[in-house]
Design a protein around this ligand. Sequence first.
Ligand code: CP
Length: 328
Amino acid sequence: MAKQKWWGEHDRISFPHVVYSQQFSRSDLDILFQLALIIEKTLKKNKRVDWLWGNIITIMFFQPSTRTYFSFWSAALRLGAQVMASENAGEFSSAAKGETLRDTALVMSDKSDAIIIRHPEIGSAGQMAKFSKVPVINGGDGPGQHPTQALLDYYMIKKQFGKINGLKIAMVGDLLNGRTVRSLCYLLSKYDDVKIIFVSPEQIKMKDDIKDHLTENGIKWIETTDLEAAAASADVIYQTRIQKEWFPDKAEYDEVSGIYIINKDIIKLMPETGIVMHPLPRVNEIKVNVDRSKKAKYFDQAAGGDYIRAALLLCQLNPAKARELLNI
Ligand code: CP
């Protein structure tokens, strides 16, 4: 399959809905990256701007979250928008009385200018987007996708290395249930000469649909159980939590829990320029004493989420300002 040309035409500045990470082209990603850099620099100086003044953003989360929920909220406030939020919408919205996502979308899109949703069912954000009159952003749909996490992962990696092409990325841990690794694979598949090492036990291997997608897009990948070997050659270790909540019984979780821990010994094996990322939350899969290493980038990664999400909201709700900032 032909890859999209790097530095494509800057003709897409507005994203109607954000549902899957495959929907972004390389030029979309470049626009968002450049805009996020400008927003980061501006907000570090000014804290708050009025570029989204007058907009109301709804955040409806049907699953727990710290980063995504508050990152969108913070991004919206810092751009001057106002926020309506439900952090436990499964219990406190009328979904608890049986209202469908279709009807929720029809109602909430009359009250707001964008809707951000996290929901336990795959396809839920897409379902809402189908009926919403305003942009919908997927903040995680069950074990499906988490496209804005992939965007912030991309932001971290590109800021660190100045490129995506040619990097070797080891994805470690729960690759079966993790939506972040799925969305990141879809983004990485748009680049050239990227190599992915999947490090996991047999029970929680990456699903075939992602491996097939990578192969179809010319991305080389291997599977291994050897974390030390992967660490020795990877530019990025992308560690993930073993997601207890998706295991049908505790015994199965106990078999794999704690199987891969990033500690100081693993850090020493990595190339000098290598970095450790993690979508967070962390339980025990990265030792706290690794946080002091210059290779530990997971908190920087999370912080960058506010800027790339702000860039996305700006493109959706005030594309003229986005164009002005980008000088395009
Ligand atoms: N990375 C991430 O999605 O974290 P939260 O579940 O806290 O939003």
